[in-house]
Design a protein around this ligand. Sequence first.
Ligand code: F0G
Length: 470
Amino acid sequence: MTNPVPQTMGQQFGRRSWAEPWKIKMVEPLRVIGREERVKALDESGYNTFLLKSEDVYIDLLTDSGTSAMSDRQWAGMMLGDEAYAGSRNFYNLESAVQAHYGYKHVLPTHQGRGAEHLISRAGIKRGQYVPGNMYFTTTRLHQELAGGIFVDVIIDEAHDPQSMHPFKGDIDLDKLEALVKREGAEQIAYVSLAGTVNMAGGQPVSMANLKALRGLCDRHGIKIFLDATRMVENAFFIQEREPGYAGKPIADILKEFCGYTDGAWMSAKKDNLVNIGGWLAVNDWELFEELRNLVVVYEGLHTYGGLAGRDMEAMAIGIAESVKDDHVRARIGQVRYLGELLTDWNIPIVQPVGGHAIFLDARRFYPHIPQVQFPAQTLAAELYLDSGIRSMERGIASAGRNPKTGDHYYPKLELTRLTIPRRVYTQAHMDVVAESVKAVYDGRERTRGLEMVYEPRYLRFFQARFKRL
Ligand code: F0G
């Protein structure tokens, strides 16, 4: 049915054609500190890469969030900030860009993605309702839970298997969803929380066919679908690459078609939209919009700035238009895939197929001797930093947190360390350095011991937790 997953970008486009559609105009020098200093820095940060100082980091692959390089056009747009409290021209530019490229009717700016998640969760969830989704995301699920919702994972089983080569591991298992609706009743479902691509599964896409079928199911039961559009442009690339009928379609068209089957979206513009700060929330329903517009002034700012400066909204409006261009997305994912190919060639266990925004090292297979309660993925992130000063992020048991009812750890099937690639920032040679460092850590894996958590914050513990070497 669907096209097989291409193993390399070279296979599909020829090795050269993913080259970046831009050249570098301004550079930021990198600092490399010695091993002794790295040992000290890691110790002081409690073995948590979130607590490292950025100046102690060489290549920073902590996240692709807010870490992109803006274009000369975006920087020029920053100078056109209309810093009026109300009705800034830049808001209307942002509104038009979201309407043009995502297709939703009503748009609100927010300070970043979780601001939008907060509002949609408050407005869309009644206490005790279920929120089915294609795997959880940390901040998304927390806001759903704080609003009284109960998150239920309805992603296909393949998503939890790092070695499954399913081309659309972000798809929803419609049987799981149907069973939930049958068991609890449609009125007990707040909405479907659909993410494209799925961050925690490895940046895996959702197919258009799955969404169409989901729309059918939801229409039968009167359930709304809200989209986490944070990396939806990258999802559209995978549809173009893998789904029959989409090979010749521009990514911009695929994006708009996809959004057209949903009722609204929230966005962390710090990813796809190529800005350092910002987000938005957009819906089609006027009544819901009214409620959101009431909430935005309480928690974010007036509905025409939502916690952002005019210049931020201008950079976002320009970034949206740049982000949907085929050559941009191809180069972005081409670079991620380049790193994935190097690691695959060296038999290093990573999540396959390689997703949109990051390489996810499979810490279970990397450190089979470290049990999950000893934080293998956190350990791997620490080891990578020690080896080369490269910063990565844990996406395993520490990120998963605890079940609010029982207080037990969630034990996610996926225990991963994420090498997240910022957009338009690092070069191919940087990717070579990263691959070599992962290889060095892999070669020393048998001598590596796990960690113990010695400080645990109440919410989103992975950001500020502290660990000790066992
Ligand atoms: N949804 C997804 C899929 C995300 O990846 C993020 C953030 C958010 C929502 C929240 O957006 O950070 O702007 O408030 N992900 C970052 C990451 C933090 O590193 O993956 P935010």
